[in-house]
Design a protein around this ligand. Structure first.
Ligand SMILES: NC(=O)c1ccc[n+]([C@@H]2O[C@H](COP(=O)([O-])OP(=O)(O)OC[C@H]3O[C@@H](n4cnc5c(N)ncnc54)[C@H](OP(=O)(O)O)[C@@H]3O)[C@@H](O)[C@H]2O)c1
Length: 271
């Protein structure tokens, strides 16, 4: 099969198209015929040698979309079925999506039923799970609540805006470019805000009073789930967090570094 392989970390010219054996069938693993894969920022970091725990040579690619080529008995997957795969050390400790075939643990495979073109589907897994996870696991965003998305024009920001609107929340999104405010509006953002590149605080133009749009749902506004009591922190400590980049309510951002900070723009290459 054709694959892009990286020897040890090196300049981009060292990403070479090469021929490799088909990944062998393995117990508990699914071999996917790759139709498209996303290009992610974490793969740039991998190539530059900034990723921890990666072994080389390596076929990069932390996500892929395609069809099942071989699956373990009893997995429920059948050859030809459309699937996407992502994360779980894919393209880091075992070969990833930059190839005609990739083999990944069954747990990383998600069956999909869609007519989207491959190049669109290939761009979605990382981006959508990042936006969705930020809103659900990260924020427990519910109907009637508001969310501020910094970097709203990013692929993750636009996905998060669509998903938050879908959850009947009010979306505020920022861009540093006033000419992109209309784009945010077109994507369902109720309050597009422009933030000058070096403004402090970051959300300067969002500090006006925000009205909530009429709800499209009859659901009552839920209370935020109460977690265990947390020690109060001084305003100075909170400001320190913001300066260090731990800004609140920023979809598409995660604290645990390389494994998830990865994805770049939502572009997909067909394999
Ligand atoms: N894409 C994924 O699958 C994925 C997965 C996990 C994590 N992430 C993380 O999520 C973030 C967005 O990723 P993306 O791939 O969606 O990015 P992207 O599509 O490349 O979007 C980048 C946008 O972010 C805004 N931006 C850039 N630098 C900024 C800065 N210093 N301050 C404020 N805004 C800035 C710019 O919008 P304006 O010019 O309009 O201001 C720029 O167009 C990144 O931090 C990325 O590492 C992405």
């Amino acid at each position: 099969m054709r694959a892009v392989r990286l020897p040890p970390p090196a300049p981009v010219d060292n990403l070479r198209l090469t021929t490799l054996p088909l990944p062998p069938e393995r117990d508990g693993w699914v071999r996917i015929r790759v139709e498209a894969f996303g290009l992610n920022r974490s793969e740039l970091k991998l190539r530059l040698g900034l990723s921890v725990g990666v072994t080389f040579p390596r076929v990069p690619g932390i996500e892929a979309a395609g069809t099942v080529d071989a699956a373990p008995a009893g997995s429920g997957l059948v050859p030809g079925q459309k699937v996407v795969a992502m994360m779980g050390d894919m393209g880091r400790t075992y070969d990833g999506g930059y190839a005609e075939y990739t083999s990944v643990p069954l747990s990383q495979v998600i069956p999909v039923d869609t007519d989207l073109p491959w190049e669109v589907l290939g761009a979605l897994p990382e981006m959508v799970q990042t936006g969705y996870g930020s809103l659900t696991v990260g924020l427990a965003l519910g109907p009637g609540q508001s969310v501020l998305i910094r970097g709203g024009t990013s692929s993750v920001g636009l996905a998060a805006a669509a998903l938050a609107t879908w959850r009947d929340a009010t979306v505020l999104s920022t861009t540093r470019r006033p000419d992109r405010l209309a784009l945010l509006k077109e994507h369902g953002v109720y309050h597009p805000c422009s933030t000058p590149v070096k403004s402090r605080p970051l959300y300067a133009s969002c500090t006006r009073t925000v009205s909530t749009p009429p709800s499209t749902s009859s659901a009552r506004r839920p209370r935020r789930p109460r977690g265990p009591a947390r020690p109060r922190r001084s305003r100075r400590a909170e400001q320190g967090d913001a300066r260090a980049g731990h800004a609140p309510l920023a979809a598409g951002q995660r604290a645990d570094g390389d494994a998830v900070s990865g994805a770049g723009p939502a572009r997909a290459h067909t394999a």
